[in-house]
Design a protein around this ligand. Structure first.
Ligand code: PLP
Length: 431
């Protein structure tokens, strides 16, 4: 970064530096693969929740990937990045049997594209590395940031697959709209994710021993001082080889405590988006819960303090007999892809599934409770503590039967051990 350059001057310079870009390098990968075809066949998925362009005020100044690339000598330029990069297979240092959920095994290639109203989206694959931005970047000041979480895994059919990636694309687009960001086109999102998987294929753990967790980010990276949307945006997809989310092991039941002081989201807020800003506030309660020996907290509704909402990073279900319940989507909880899939899977298996408000008192009397999410998959809840009372579910240390059934049904489908009548599993490559 040049010193002494005002944001405005930097912006002008960046703008002119980018004006030679007439095509969108991310298109040059030319990947029209099955997922894209699927999306084209499903026009409802392509419907933009809002206009694709940034709001008018955002078209004044630009800070582009071209300048960023020019300022990082050790890395590829934006146009270099369009050439197919491939990570070396140097994964010998990874012990696939001891993978946790962290950044220890970050994959070496990431996808990055930037957006300005003038140039649209430009970008491609490049080595995983720092994102440079000015202190005046919108995201650092006002928090324009949404993200996603997805998994690529090796399936029993010897290929690397994704699970319902179009759902994540739709959710990121909706979140972008909520935060006044330009929703990335479906095709771009799909290409970003699938090219990152293909380039990092060696980082996808052997079947059944973990997955390649994908983290798409959409950030308002352009500079701004007064409150407003960013003049430029960055879409990044980076990845890491991961194992199970909760430390103790995938099927070990977790202990939850009901949060009685703080709420995660309020009606009319943005609890239903995967905005980064929804997550920092839960750290305080989560850390306090962990100090007391719990794995996480369950939030109650902000209006009445009566009904379950969700856990810090996953949705929640109760089981009573053959009835499975989960809180409805009314804007305060995240519409989880796993949640939605489990609802459909459970119905197909003959369960009655209700999306209804669940009083915490009822949850304390349920037969079973489990949580769901891309990272946690299906996680048995061993106990819930509320107002000083602890309810233990099932046998200590063991998942209860319906929870286990749903875990196995979902993971068998995701790993192509079972047929996929829903068409949810999307092959990326046989690599
Ligand atoms: C707050 C919250 N709820 C629920 C989920 C589960 O969503 P999904 O199943 O799409 O991973 C997540 C995970 O991303 C989350 O962060």
């Amino acid at each position: 970064m040049q010193s002494g350059l005002s944001d405005r001057a930097a912006t002008r310079q960046c703008c002119s530096a980018s004006s030679t870009h007439t095509e969108h390098p991310w298109r040059r990968h030319g990947a029209t693969h099955c997922l894209l075809h699927r999306l084209q066949l499903a026009p409802s998925l392509l419907k933009a929740p809002v206009a694709r362009r940034a709001p008018k005020a955002a078209r004044v100044q630009f800070y582009t990937s071209a300048t960023l690339a020019a300022e990082r000598p050790s890395e590829t330029t934006a146009s270099d990045a369009a050439s197919p990069l491939k990570a070396s297979d140097a994964t010998g240092h990874i012990n696939w049997d001891s993978l946790g959920f962290g950044v220890e095994h970050i994959a070496p290639i990431m996808f990055r594209a930037t957006y300005t109203a003038e140039d649209g989206w430009q970008g491609g694959l490049e080595p995983y590395g720092p994102l440079e931005m000015l202190p005046s970047a919108q995201v650092l000041n006002y928090g324009q940031s949404v993200f996603e979480g997805m998994k690529a895994q090796r399936s029993a059919r010897g290929r690397i697959v994704l699970f319902r990636p179009e759902e994540n694309a739709v959710r990121m687009r909706a979140g972008a709209a909520r935060l006044s960001m330009p929703p990335p086109p479906m095709e771009l999102y799909v290409e970003a994710v699938t090219s990152a998987v293909r380039a990092n294929a060696a980082w996808v753990p052997p079947r059944g021993r973990g997955s390649l967790y994908l983290r798409p980010l959409l950030l308002g990276t352009g500079p701004i001082l007064g409150l407003g949307p960013a003049p430029a945006y960055t879409l990044v997809v980076y990845a890491a080889a991961v194992g199970c989310y909760f430390k103790c092991g995938q099927l070990t039941p977790i202990d939850l405590i009901v949060e009685e002081r703080f709420h995660r989201a309020a009606p009319g807020g943005m609890g239903g988006t995967k905005a980064a800003g929804n997550y920092s506030p839960v750290l305080m309660t989560q850390l306090a819960a962990k100090e007391q020996g719990y794995n996480d907290v369950v939030y109650l509704d902000a209006k009445t303090d009566t009904y379950l909402e969700e856990v810090s990073s996953c949705n929640i279900f109760t089981v009573t007999g053959r009835t499975i319940r989960t809180p409805p989507l009314e804007g305060t909880i995240l519409p989880g892809v796993t949640r939605r899939s489990l609802i459909e899977l459970a119905r197909a298996r003959g369960y009655t599934v209700e999306e209804v408000p669940i009083p915490v008192a009822d949850a304390m009397e349920a037969d079973e409770v489990f949580t769901s999410g891309t990272a946690v998959v299906v996680s048995a809840v061993g106990s819930i503590t509320y107002q000083g009372r602890r309810r233990q579910y099932g046998e200590l240390g063991r998942p209860s039967p319906v929870t286990l059934e749903m875990y196995e049904a979902l993971t068998s489908l995701q790993q192509e051990l079972d047929d996929d009548p829903f068409g949810w599993v999307v092959p990326v490559c046989e690599c």
